[in-house]
Design a protein around this ligand. Structure first.
Ligand code: ATP
Ligand code: MG
Length: 183
């Protein structure tokens, strides 16, 4: 699975529709302080199902919606789309029946988040599980947030364990065990 395109609209500072083509290999994002580099990475994390507003540097998830600027009114929704190349058919079951997968997450003020996979409504859980499962393979993606390295060094043992477990890609397994225990 290879990310090929990220589209943002009304997400944080990306108020107008913005498209980022992700070519194979290494991609660098450069720009002055505050231009939106971290926001791009957050958009990627967000469309993959991030549920923590704190991880988005906000107090509530709605804070990802463009909040307005001197000359622009706030937006009522934010939407991020991630296009994935699945020509090699490595996607987890349920997502593996096409050559490309487009995941769209949209959040509307007061109505929360909704997800679609190739135009079909899916649950947040399905999207998270797909990426968690994809991450357990040999072609695992890894996202390292700004400041995360120093966090790892300074973390208390329990928090450090959570970070390492996340890196090991066993998040999906814990989620399944948790759900099994509830049943
Ligand atoms: P640095 O180089 O300092 O790490 P950066 O390029 O990573 O900077 P970001 O942190 O991605 O910059 O972008 C910060 C900008 O995004 C700020 O100007 C902030 O006002 C803007 N921003 C964040 N959330 C919103 C929002 N909901 N609505 C409008 N603007 C927002
Ligand atoms: Mg930054």
């Amino acid at each position: 699975m290879q990310f090929v395109r990220l589209r943002l609209q009304g997400f944080k500072s990306f108020v107008d529709p913005t498209e980022l083509v992700i070519a194979p290999g290494l991609t660098g994002v450069v720009g002055p302080n505050g231009c939106g580099k971290s926001n791009l990475l957050e958009a990627l994390r967000w469309v993959m199902g991030e549920s923590s507003a704190r991880a988005m540097r906000g107090g509530a998830m709605e804070d990802v919606i463009f909040a307005g600027a001197a000359s622009r009114p706030p937006r009522s929704f934010a939407e991020v789309s991630l296009l994935i190349d699945n020509a090699e058919r490595r996607a987890p079951p349920g997502f593996n029946d096409s050559d490309t997968i487009e995941i769209v997450r949209r959040i509307t003020r007061e109505a929360g988040s909704a997800y679609k996979a190739n135009g079909k409504e899916v649950r947040a859980r399905d999207v998270r599980m797909m990426f968690a499962d994809a991450a357990t393979g040999a072609h695992s993606p890894a996202l390292v947030r700004q400041g995360q390295i120093s966090e790892l060094i300074n973390a208390r043992p329990k928090a450090r364990r959570a970070i390492l477990e996340d890196a090991a890609g066993i998040g999906g397994l814990y989620q399944r065990r948790h759900e099994a225990e509830l049943k």
